[in-house]
Ligand binder design. Structure first.
Ligand SMILES: Nc1ncnc2c1ncn2[C@@H]1O[C@H](COP(=O)(O)OP(=O)(O)O)[C@@H](O)[C@H]1O
Ligand SMILES: [Mg+2]
Length: 346
């Protein structure tokens, strides 16, 4: 005899996999994403510790490898916009009096009325969303800030509290704090390719040497961090994450990502006048050559695509030479330093 029917429990749709979302956006740094995501899960599950920020991360490694991008991608995944980040550009706080602006002047002091603190509870809630009450706070390029910045941060990192000039306080218990720095980046690069140029590093199979040496890179970074910051400060960081130089494979993938974004942009802006792109291997090679370097990683790639491809395309469209629904073939030009655009009827 058949038993009683098994009740069907309504299944909750699982949240989209955050780790997948992040690794698709930030290329070649999966180890970094894997260290960050568990802290979001701690908060979502209700298991995050009280009386401290949800997580404190120090992101190290060469310029243009995805440190800032990580925080933007997380903001997009959680809140639907890359801009939902409370960002402090530490380069703007190189002097002690500039750091004081973050918390505002005490009442009675000269300029009290004009100096609204930059870090307030309202600003923290302004970067949350209906989907998530987690605010992401980014102190970008922390090594550039005056020493008082790390003193100010101590309380935030430890107790999740920042006392403002007017003696009110800001609570960071629902915040993730990201500090980025390129401390040690130059020494890391030397470690990776002592005698060879950029090419040899980039052509190594999928950054194999980089992966093997990641622990070594991390220890170079930590060495410089310990020289620059006090032990108390370093002890309050949950994870120091070292980003690796991007392999040729990763740079190629980033180029794909940015070309796909360009095509999407063309489709959404031009609508029925839209056209498609076919970018040759030679053209891709030129964009990578001009837009990437060991010094700046992929930082210049977007600008290179804009100058070498988007702007010439705009000129072509403006002159009426691109029929709707056609395909624009992109080749490396005869001189080798620019791109040639050829309109093909479809
Ligand atoms: N790992 C990566 N994945 C995808 N894009 C990247 C990556 N690294 C760099 N980029 C590109 O370069 C730009 C600068 O990267 P960014 O994250 O600001 O570098 P940094 O490590 O110096 O903070 C990004 O906006 C993005 O276009
Ligand atoms: Mg950055």
């Amino acid at each position: 005899m058949p038993g009683p029917p098994i009740p069907i429990r309504p299944r909750r749709t699982p949240p989209p996999n955050l780790l997948d979302q992040l690794t698709r956006r930030v290329i070649g740094q999966a180890h970094a994403m894997a260290q960050i995501v568990p802290y979001v899960q701690m908060l979502r599950s209700g298991l995050a510790a009280e009386g401290r920020p949800v997580g404190v991360f120090l992101l190290l490694g060469p310029t243009g490898t995805g440190k800032t991008k990580t925080v933007e991608a997380l903001a997009d995944a959680l809140h639907g916009s890359e801009k939902s980040v409370l960002k402090v550009d530490c380069g703007e706080f190189q002097m002690e009096h500039e750091v004081a602006k973050l918390i505002g002047a005490p009442p009675g002091y000269l300029g009290h009325r004009e100096t609204q603190p930059l870090l307030t509870q309202q600003k923290l809630s302004a970067v949350t969303s209906e989907g998530s009450n987690l605010s992401l706070v980014l102190f970008d390029e922390i090594e550039k800030a005056a020493p008082s910045m790390s003193r100010l941060l101590l309380g935030v990192l430890d107790k999740a509290v920042l006392r403002l000039g007017d003696n009110t306080s800001v609570n960071f218990e629902r915040s993730m704090i990201f500090l980025t720095s390129n401390l040690g980046a130059a020494a890391m690069r030397k470690e990776l390719c002592p005698d060879f140029g950029f090419e040899s590093l980039m052509e190594s199979p999928a950054g194999a040497s980089a992966r093997g040496g990641l622990a070594k890179l991390a220890s170079i970074g930590m060495g410089e961090v310990r020289r620059k910051f006090s032990p108390e400060f370093v002890n309050r960081i949950d994870a120091v994450i070292t980003y690796q130089p991007l392999s040729a494979e990763s740079l190629n993938e980033i180029l794909d990502q940015q070309l796909a974004l360009l095509e999407k942009h063309i489709r959404s802006r031009l609508e029925e006048r839209a056209f498609s792109l076919k970018v040759s291997a030679g053209a891709r090679g030129l964009l990578l050559k001009l837009g990437t370097s060991p010094e700046f990683g992929a930082r210049e790639l977007k600008r290179t695509i804009l100058r070498k491809l988007t702007q010439p395309l705009a000129a072509l469209v403006e002159s009426g030479k691109v029929e709707p629904q056609s395909c624009v073939r992109v080749e490396r030009g005869a001189g080798g330093q620019s791109l040639e655009l050829i309109v093909e009827e479809s």
